[in-house]
Design a protein around this ligand. Sequence first.
Ligand SMILES: [Zn+2]
Length: 71
Amino acid sequence: MIFRNPSGAPELGCDACGCRWFDRMTDTCYECGTPIPAAEARRFVEAAEAWQARSGAKATPAAASEDGGTD
Ligand SMILES: [Zn+2]
């Protein structure tokens, strides 16, 4: 399943146990070993790319203040 974190970025979560830790080498869940369905992985990549394209365009002015931010 695909979650959204509070900033709106997509996060891939395990269908079986709901955790978000995956072994990137084997595309399986660290917790329960469930493999990521190929369609799900593809949807996640698309969502992540769309998010990066959006946030990349939007984050440019904010990034400067984030570098020296105090929060
Ligand atoms: Zn799992």
